[in-house]
Design a protein around this ligand. Structure first.
Ligand SMILES: [Zn+2]
Length: 317
């Protein structure tokens, strides 16, 4: 099926809703936190969130995703044929996934979109890449999880954290997490409720799902798509890609509990972190395709990583 033809049609038409509810802004979040101030060291407060209805869980995901995600049509989404993973979010939303490529391929790649729920374009790009892989990705086995934090994406307004108020990208079991993650949150972020790491590592079904995928799928590469900083980051034992499309390598730092720190530096699995330039608007397909081509070129030169089994000693965060 020419999934790419569907994306191409969208490009010709200049398609893409683009008009969405603005994501939760930092000032709103801070005001919210102030209204629910708690003693030092305790979690930020979040209103109880209703569970998704059973009918919504069973529905094909595109019905919910297309109105929410920028630059995505129903035809494009449906052509991808996403499958239920069997794992649900805190609010019981299915974590949908899709495998593309050859099971005998020498390289396995796990692509994650929207671990932060207010980075809507991240899901779109993961879906766009899935369409490209279906037409052109037989050189690897790709596993796509386009919307890792569906509760955050579907919240009104969308929010970075999951339904427990946890920043999933601070919830991975990096060395010394129990001391470092709460301390970093309290001291460096000043208890930013958008960056709360949770009460313990892997406390959340969404982060446990990624952890389980690393064990069961054993990816040679993890690509995690974010927005809106417009850069490329990398953690791992190989030389990083210098650029993907217009995004240039610019390491953003190491954070206790982040996937890059856990996967790339602690477990020795290269983690490419993409920061798209806009959280609300998807890149043009030509740009998405160039990023895909650049990643392929880098993969051909660097994977399977010769030193993947020898994780670098973790740096102090
Ligand atoms: Zn992010």
């Amino acid at each position: 099926m020419a999934a790419a033809a569907l994306w191409g049609a969208a490009l010709l038409l200049g398609a893409g809703p683009g008009l969405l509810t603005p994501a939760q802004s930092a000032p709103q979040a801070v005001a919210h936190a102030a209204a629910h101030a708690k003693p030092q060291g305790t979690q930020p407060s979040h209103p109880a969130a209703p569970k998704a209805s059973p009918a919504a869980n069973l529905a094909e995901p595109c019905k919910q995703w297309v109105p929410r995600l920028p630059g995505l049509t129903a035809a494009q989404c449906s052509a991808l044929k996403l499958q239920p993973s069997g794992t649900r979010s805190v609010q019981a939303r299915e974590l949908w996934m899709g495998d593309v490529g050859s099971r005998h391929a020498p390289v396995k790649v796990l692509v994650l979109g929207a671990i932060h729920g207010d980075e809507l374009s991240a899901s779109t790009v993961a879906l766009q890449w899935m369409g490209l892989a279906q037409d052109n990705g037989a050189d690897a086995l790709w596993r796509f999880v386009p919307m890792l934090n569906p509760d955050g994406v579907m919240a009104q307004p969308a929010r970075r954290v999951n339904a427990h108020g946890v920043d999933l990208n601070r919830n991975f079991p990096t060395p010394g997490w129990a001391q470092e993650a709460p301390r970093y949150w309290a001291q460096r972020t000043r208890k930013d409720p958008r960056r709360w790491p949770g009460n313990k590592a892997l406390s959340e079904p969404e982060s446990r799902f990624v952890h389980d995928q690393m064990t069961a799928f054993t990816p040679d590469l993890i690509v995690s798509i974010h927005a809106p900083y417009g850069v490329l980051d990398f953690d791992g034992p190989t030389d990083p890609p210098r650029r993907l499309g217009r995004l240039m390598l610019d390491p953003v730092g190491v954070f206790p509990g982040s996937l890059g720190y856990y996967g790339g530096m602690h477990k020795g699995v290269p983690v490419v972190t993409i920061e798209l330039p806009n959280a609300q608007r998807a890149p043009l397909l030509a740009e998405t395709r160039q990023m895909w081509l650049d990643l392929h070129r880098w993969m051909g030169e660097h994977l399977p990583a010769k030193t993947a089994s020898a994780a670098q000693p973790p740096r102090a965060p």
